[in-house]
Design a protein around this ligand. Structure first.
Ligand code: F6P
Length: 467
């Protein structure tokens, strides 16, 4: 299982791995390989390198695969007990750390750090320890281990104690909270998180803003970052993959179906499209995006019948009630806009909630305007992908709170994500940009958004750790 980068073995650790299993009706196991930046990043060191990816079993299929000893080469799935994993993943990672870094609490009533929280925290420690122990066991002398994300903040410190010979990196795919917000966490927990991360030789963030926020937390709470180096690697879109994948037959089919749903404007020609594609994630701000679209239709009636908001909101973290409620709210608001403004031949909002990658690419190709308005986001790859794929070039309406703003802000129509009226105005402005300027801007966005493709993004981190 030893992979090499230079002479060193490479290990990656993340909660969600590159493969997942489902038990078929006949009892056999169906393996599904996932995509994403880390999968293509890791492939950059070559398939023969045989890097080891340590991840968690997430569902019953995964647990069954571990028990049967079924597995992919280069992947070690940890069978953390389901209740420990649920406390660590749903209870702490997604309901506390994610909320802190994305600043999602409605603070009059939450968070509440009580005895129940302490029990869940103990599970988070256990779950992090399982990863640290697996990495310590698998790593060859002097290996490089790169740990991913807020699920595993304690791993670098634990692993450092077990294996001082390793070079340890950690990469955060989320924003980092400003000091005052990070201090919502109980003091001992805040300190434990920071000290856990500082066990790494080097910490990676998606933008300078998140790196600086982390440093500020360390300065305020633990007397600085010590010997740990901090780096910024702005993960970009994978242009080659996207261009090839978005021109396959299944995408063409989905485009034809979408064109039907979008329909033609009263004076002929296709209606304009405002496209958004998100996991239905609390930070994505889909509801305010819909409210802004409603205000556009109300305040600028000239757009009625001439534009369609194509919104794909794919289910995410449905174990959490607050996510289920959010999905329902997205559907409710979309329906109410269609009731208020829709006509016999025009559905103002085309909402799809069933994940379909080919249809997402079809929507990217058709996009006149891409709406990316998160309240806070580590990067947001959709903002980088749509300009690469859109056939005619698109205008990007972009939240200043998305990590992608650092690289794409200059060529976007920038919005404050809480300002619904401002976003409505931005949509009008974006829809009004002429074809020539739109194509120019889109080209510049695509260049900026693909400057650091996943393979290079991963290699950069390895080199920085090695040097
Ligand atoms: O987008 C930020 C991120 O932390 C990714 O790095 C990670 O893949 C994802 O969120 C976690 O999502 P999930 O809970 O669906 O695994």
């Amino acid at each position: 299982m030893a992979a090499s980068f230079g002479a060193a073995q490479v290990l990656v650790a993340s909660n969600r791995g590159p493969v997942s299993y489902e038990v078929r009706e006949d009892g056999s196991l169906d393996a599904k390989r996932g995509g994403g930046g880390l999968v293509s990043g890791l492939s950059a060191i070559g398939p023969d390198a045989g890097a080891l990816w340590v991840c968690s079993a997430l569902g019953d299929g995964d647990r069954e695969a571990v028990r049967r000893g079924v597995g992919e080469d280069g992947v070690r799935m940890l069978d953390v007990p389901a209740d420990v994993h649920a406390d660590a993943y749903n209870g702490i990672a997604n309901s506390v750390l994610w909320f802190v870094h994305h600043m999602l609490y409605q603070t009059p009533l939450e968070p509440v750090f009580d005895a129940e929280f302490r029990l869940q925290w103990a599970s988070y420690e256990k779950y992090n320890r399982a990863f640290a122990e697996a990495l310590a066991e698998e790593a060859a002398e002097g290996a490089v281990a790169i740990v991913q994300d807020y699920h595993l903040t304690l791993v670098p410190g634990m692993l450092r104690e077990l294996r001082p010979d390793l070079r340890i990196g950690h990469f955060s795919h989320t924003p980092w909270a400003p000091v005052d917000y990070f201090r919502l966490l109980p003091d001992d927990i805040a300190e434990q998180v920071l000290r856990g991360m500082l066990g790494a030789d080097r910490l990676g963030f998606l933008t300078r803003r998140w790196a600086d926020a982390f440093t500020a937390c360390c300065d305020a709470l633990v007397g600085g970052v010590g010997d740990t180096r901090i780096g910024v690697h702005g993960l970009g879109a994978d242009a080659d993959f996207l261009r090839e994948r978005s021109h396959r037959a299944d995408v063409d089919e989905r485009m034809a179906a979408l064109r039907e749903e979008i329909g033609t404007a009263p004076e002929g020609g296709a209606r304009r499209t405002i496209v958004r594609v998100d996991r239905t994630e609390l930070s994505k701000n889909i509801v305010r995006g819909l409210l802004a679209y409603r205000e556009l239709l109300a305040g600028r009636p000239e757009w009625r019948e001439r534009v369609v908001h194509v919104a794909f909101a794919y289910p995410s973290r449905q174990d959490l009630a607050v996510y289920r409620d959010y999905t329902a709210e997205v559907q409710r608001v979309a329906e109410s806009i269609n009731e208020e403004f829709g006509t016999a031949g025009w559905t103002p909002v085309v909402l799809h909630v069933k994940d379909d990658f080919a249809r997402s690419l079809a929507a990217y190709r058709l996009a006149d305007v891409a709406l990316v308005n998160p309240v806070r986001d580590g990067m947001n790859l959709v903002a980088k992908e749509v300009p690469v794929v859109s056939d005619e070039g698109c205008v990007l309406v972009l939240s200043r709170e998305a990590g992608a703003y650092e690289e794409l802000g200059e060529d976007s129509v920038v919005v404050n994500p809480y300002d619904v009226s401002g976003t409505a105005e931005a949509l009008h402005e974006a829809l009004s940009v002429g074809a020539g300027e739109r194509a120019e801007r889109s080209k510049r966005l695509a260049a900026a958004g693909t400057a650091l493709p996943p393979g290079q993004w991963f290699l950069e981190q390895l080199r920085a750790l090695r040097d």
